[in-house]
Design a binder for this molecule. Sequence first.
Ligand code: B9F
Length: 125
Amino acid sequence: VKKCSLSGSWVNDLGSNMTIGAVNGDGNFEGSYHTAVSASPNEIKVSPLQGSMQRGTNQKGQPTFGFTVNWSFSDSITVFTGQCFVDNDGKEVLKTMWLLRSRVESINNDWKATRAGRNTFIRTG
Ligand code: B9F
């Protein structure tokens, strides 16, 4: 059965691009993320990501993972979690959900500080 590998280049349904390097022996990896959208006047900058892939015993080839994108152009941070699938056409696809935490000035604004959503990534390289 074909396995799904996180390493390489991906694009999501918003047009954002990311590149993930090698996954090490502990399942950890690094990469870079170029978001296509920002909802901010700040110029978008490529931002670093750090993540971890599950490597349990009996790895069946469609691993779960999580990664954090530490935005280099704002005070915000996004965490993604998902699973690396091989779809019915044999294409690798990452199905994820994310939480985007904005910095707020006061605890009174905590209630509105987190956005949530989902993204699907396909391989570009
Ligand atoms: O838009 C975010 C941001 C943070 C502070 C000002 C702007 C940073 C980029 C987030 C990109 C998200 C989407 N891109 C993607 O590929 S991460 C999840 C989505 N998937 C606007 C004001 C406060 C928060 C958002 Fe901001």
